[in-house]
Every structure is written in C-alpha cells, then in structure tokens.
Design a binder for this molecule. Structure first.
Ligand code: AMP
Length: 432
C-alpha cells in the first residue's frame, strides 16, 4: 500500500517521498489508520520495522488537521524513549517528516545542560521527544506544561521499564492531559509492559505486525562456537577474510568494549566504541563516524546501542551473548531493517551455552551452528584440566599471601564482575 492512498497533506507526502519511502511497511499499514481514527494503539513492533513513521506521520497529519488555537507554548505531542540515542534518532526522523510544516521539535535528555533545554522549552515546542528522567526534572522545575498533550507515545516501552523508568513514567502520566491519545510500542510484552498498557490505555487497538519475541525474517542468524579467549582473534580474522564493510559488535561490559576497541585498532581495523560511560559528545561522534563509513567497527554495550538505526548495516556480532535473552532480539534488530537482509553472528563460548539455550527458547528456534576451522572449542576434559590448574594455583597463592576477609568484585573469564570471597590483600589491590 502506498502513502498516497491515506490522503496525507501534500507537505507530508513530499517529505515522505524525499525520504525515499514508497510503500508502507506492515506496521505502518496497520497503525496509521488507527491513529488517524483517534484510537489508542498498542503495537508489538520490532526495531527496524518503520515504527517511527507509523506513529509520527499520523500524529503530524492530525496536528495539521487541527491546528492548535492556543499559543505554541502548548506541547501537543510527547514521545518518550529509553535512551538519548533513540531520542535523537526519532527527532531526526520527525524533523524529516515535518520539514515542510510549521511544527517544531525538541529533544530532551540527560547528559547535556538543563539551561539550554529550559530556554527552548520556555519558548514553546510542538513535539517533545524525551527520556523520562530529564523530562521529569524539567517538569519539576516548571520549565514546561504537559497539560495540553494530545498525543502520547511510549516507544520501546519494555526497555524503559527494564531501565527502571517506571516511577518517572507514572509521574509524567499524571501530568499529561487525561484526554490524550496513547500509543505504546514495545518489542516484547512482559507482565510490567502489559500492566502499564492497561493502566494508561482505553481499549487499545492491538497491532502485531511481527510475532512477539521473534526476530525479523530478514536477519539470518548463526552461532560460531569459540573459546572466550579466542573471540578477538576470530573477529579480526572474519572482518579481514570476509571483507566485512561494517559491523556492529556487542560486548557484555564497558570494560570489554573498551578493550576490544583498542585491540581491533591495533589490528589495523578502524573501530569506535559507544557505551554509557562515554560522554554524549563522544557517543554522537563515534556513531556519526560509523554511519559515515569512517569506522569499520562500532563496539557497543546494550544500552548505548538500543534503537540505533544504521542504514544498510549488514552484520551484527554478539561478541558476548546478552545477559537477558530478550536483549538478543533487540540487538540483532540493528540489522535486517526495513526489509533489507542482514546477518547476526553470535560468538558462543562453552560458558554461554546456557544463555544460548534461553535465547533459543525465547525466539522459538534453534540457531544454526557453524564451527570455524582452527577455532574448535576444546573438549570438556581440556576445560576441566584448565580449571583445576587455575584452582591449585589460586590455592597456592592464597596460602602464601596474608588472607583478608573482604568480598570484592573480580572479572571472570567473560569479563563480567563476580564476587570473590576471602581475597588476599594483594588480589584486592590488583582488582581495585
Ligand atoms: P524505525 O523502525 O522507525 O527505526 O525505521 C527503520 C528504518 O526504516 C529507518 O531508516 C526508516 O527511515 C526506514 N523506513 C521507515 N518507513 C519506511 C518505508 N515505508 N519505506 C522504506 N523505509 C522506511
């Protein structure tokens, strides 16, 4: 179905055409008419399905149909998202769609100065795209009013709840106009997501363009079993040998991301990194350089990469499997977007087999396993022997050191923090 068949304003159609969109994606075909009819919408939408346009285009059209008769200081649409990156990305899209309309858009998120945002808010904004925490700070500081919000969108609702934004969302819900129209988009439908939906929506139109907790058909998924300590070597080899143009790589921790970035750069592979400890400016620059093709690899942790839209990205590598099986779905959704094909490769060490099992259970399919010659995972006996050697070495160390009784965090073989009891002072010092 084409956009022309939904009688959008010529200004909106022109903008859509300049974005290069011709046909609607399935989620757009279902959501656009429902939103235009004024219904609440609850959509199970994976990333990359075109969900931003699915809510933004009908909202813009409704704003054109009913121009606000009051001052512009009345914000009419509020879009809440879990991360800064996602907020910026949605704002880029909305600005593209609203290019020929007299509608202004602001992004509000933490990590940047409150004052600059406050000035903008006080001048008046039609559409706000925000992360819940910072928006609530502005609301508390009386920098804006949400009482005229006609359209409320919760994007990636599952992620916002996972990130602990529940209290902020509840407070914001109390501040927005009770007669508003609600739209909620979520890749997964956990009990808290369903509860929130039932609290804020009236008989929503349920849209399930994609099956819940499944991965897009356009992404081919494969598992490469490999020892943890050989993952970096395998990654460099694959990038070089297979001549991958660009790849997004997920690690389990920030430390692991930083380490991998350094090592890949040493291997001569231009690599950038995004994670929560990097400043907003650094994260933006890394992403821009990757999008511009200056960087071949972008190493990311879960939160930082959430919702990233990188046009035409072909490869996603799970260098470490995610802690939560549901995050696997989000991660690999960075590729295979808007109907294009993509490949998601998971490096799985023996220690991660259990997580892999959880993932396969969640997505309801067994992933294809390919053993790369030269990287075969050693037999269980080899692993046990390795662990025994480590244990007896540790015992000897413990005896020779003056044993303390503290519990400290140490990184295990996958770079994750685990607790170590009775660590010696020498070890404590090393870890700290
Ligand atoms: P989203 O799921 O909203 O993050 O969108 C994923 C990507 O698909 C973005 O790059 C959009 O610009 C693009 N997109 C959205 N709708 C369409 C469409 N109808 N045709 C082609 N590309 C689209």
């Amino acid at each position: 179905m084409r956009f022309e068949s939904f009688s959008f304003a010529p200004e909106i159609l022109r903008a859509i055409s300049e974005c290069g969109y011709e046909k609607m994606t399935p989620i757009q075909q279902q959501a656009i008419p429902a939103v235009r009819r004024g219904l609440d919408v609850l959509a199970s939408a994976q990333t990359g399905t075109g969900k931003t346009a699915a809510f933004a285009l009908p909202i813009l059209q409704k704003m054109v149909d009913n121009p606000s008769d009051t001052q512009r200081s009345n914000t009419r649409a509020l879009i809440l998202t879990p991360t800064r990156e996602l907020a910026s990305q949605i704002a880029d899209n909305v600005n593209d769609y609203a290019k020929y309309l007299d509608i202004n858009v602001a992004t509000i998120f933490g990590g940047v100065k409150m004052e600059t945002q406050a000035i903008k808010l006080k001048r008046g904004v039609d559409i706000i795209i925000a992360t819940p925490g910072r928006l609530l700070e502005h609301l508390t500081a009386c920098n804006l009013s949400l009482s005229n919000v006609d359209f409320l969108v919760l994007d990636e609702a599952d992620r916002m709840l996972d990130m602990g934004f529940s209290a902020e969302i509840q407070k914001l819900l109390q501040a927005v106009n009770s007669k508003r129209q609600n739209m909620m988009f979520s890749a997964t439908f956990s009990a808290p997501v369903k509860r929130l939906a039932s609290e804020m929506m009236v008989k929503p139109t349920i849209i399930t363009a994609d099956k819940q907790n499944t991965t897009a058909d356009t992404v081919s998924q494969v598992v490469y079993p490999v020892e943890q300590r050989r993952k970096r070597e395998l990654l460099s080899e694959l990038i070089g040998k297979k001549n991958w143009k660009q790849v997004l790589v997920f690690t389990a921790t920030r430390d692991a991301a930083d380490k991998l970035e350094k090592e890949l750069n040493l291997d001569g592979i231009p690599t950038a990194v995004v994670h929560g400890e990097k400043t907003q400016g650094t994260r933006r620059r890394s992403l821009r350089e990757f999008k511009e093709g200056k960087m071949r690899v972008l190493v990311a942790t879960e939160v930082a990469a959430r919702g990233l839209d990188i046009q035409g990205l072909e490869y996603v590598v799970n260098y470490d499997l995610p802690f939560l099986a549901e995050d696997y779905v989000h991660r690999i959704g960075r590729t295979g977007r808007a109907g294009k094909s993509g490949v998601a490769i998971s490096f799985v060490s023996r220690e991660e087999e259990r997580t892999l099992h959880d993932i396969e259970k969640l997505i309801g399919q067994k992933l294809r396993r390919v053993t790369i010659p030269g990287y075969e995972v050693g037999s269980r006996d080899v692993l046990i022997k390795h662990l025994q050697t480590r244990r007896s070495f540790a015992k000897k160390q413990q005896r020779s050191d003056n044993v303390g009784a503290q519990v400290v965090g140490e990184k295990n073989m996958q770079g994750r923090r685990v607790k170590v009891k009775n660590a010696s002072p020498a070890k404590i010092k090393k870890i700290k």
